[in-house]
Design a protein around this ligand. Structure first.
Ligand SMILES: C[S@@+](CC[C@H](N)C(=O)[O-])C[C@H]1O[C@@H](n2cnc3c(N)ncnc32)[C@H](O)[C@@H]1O
Length: 228
């Protein structure tokens, strides 16, 4: 069964932040669920979520193994963890919406840059009006890395595969806006990661730029991290 040390470190900070943002009750689609540790932890911690994990075909069986072993109980009140579905953001098939939220962690820098617009467009298409797209991971700003550890991580990724690399938050925001979504928040997370939150249907415009969590500092932000 796949196991990620990084997930063990980041799952609780992610849960604490998602608990603030996720509508409830809500159907949530997770893209690139990987080992499934986030899916299990989040449905154990946060109530009233109907969580749909997904992965590319080659990793889907590994993901399902964790769901079978850990994803049945004990879950938070009213939460459910569905069996994994196959989803490649470029090839689909995307499941039928509407979802209250689409969550993805540490995927935008692993998939080729050309896949990221598919991720954003696909999410926009399955979100209910006002639904949230939440992306967790390292992001640069205006082409500049926000920390030396992220610059090193980016160089490492590109040395393995030039198609991988830390993506720019401004670029992702532009992609989201092109799909009719508005930027709601950019939350600093531990180890120089961030949680970018977008709302379908111009929710950000209605809430204004002072929306909760916008550029909020995270007390645990600090040392470099290694990621899966
Ligand atoms: C670094 S892992 C992150 C896994 C998990 N979300 C986590 O945080 O531990 C990156 C994931 O992105 C997925 N991925 C890469 N390209 C993808 C694509 N085109 N569509 C969907 N998922 C993709 C991979 O299969 C992999 O599971």
């Amino acid at each position: 069964m796949l196991f990620s040390e990084a997930c063990e470190r980041n799952k609780q900070p992610i849960a604490a932040e998602l608990a603030r943002w996720l509508p409830r009750p809500a159907r949530v689609l997770e893209i690139g669920s990987g080992s499934g540790q986030h899916a299990v932890h989040l449905t154990r911690q946060i109530s009233q979520l109907r969580w749909q994990p997904s992965e590319r075909a080659e990793q889907c069986l590994d993901l399902q193994q964790r769901i079978d072993r850990e994803g049945r109980s004990p879950l938070a009140a009213g939460s459910q963890l569905a069996d994994a579905i196959t989803l490649d953001v470029c090839a689909g098939p995307w499941p039928a919406g509407p979802y209250g939220a689409v969550f993805t962690a540490n995927t935008a820098h692993i998939m080729p840059a050309s896949a990221v617009p598919h991720l954003v467009a696909g999410a926009a298409a399955v979100l209910a009006p006002g639904g949230l797209l939440l992306l967790y991971g390292p992001f640069s700003d205006g082409g500049q890395h926000t920390a030396p550890s992220n610059a090193a991580f980016d160089a490492h990724l590109r040395s393995i595969d030039p198609a991988m690399g830390v993506r720019d938050a401004d670029w992702i925001t532009a992609l989201a806006e092109k799909q009719g979504m508005g930027a709601l928040a950019d939350v600093a997370m531990p180890a120089n990661n961030r949680l970018l939150v977008f709302a379908a249907g111009g929710e950000a415009g209605r809430l204004g730029a002072g929306a909760v969590g916008l550029n909020a500092p995270h007390p645990g932000n600090g040392p470099p991290d290694s990621r899966c």
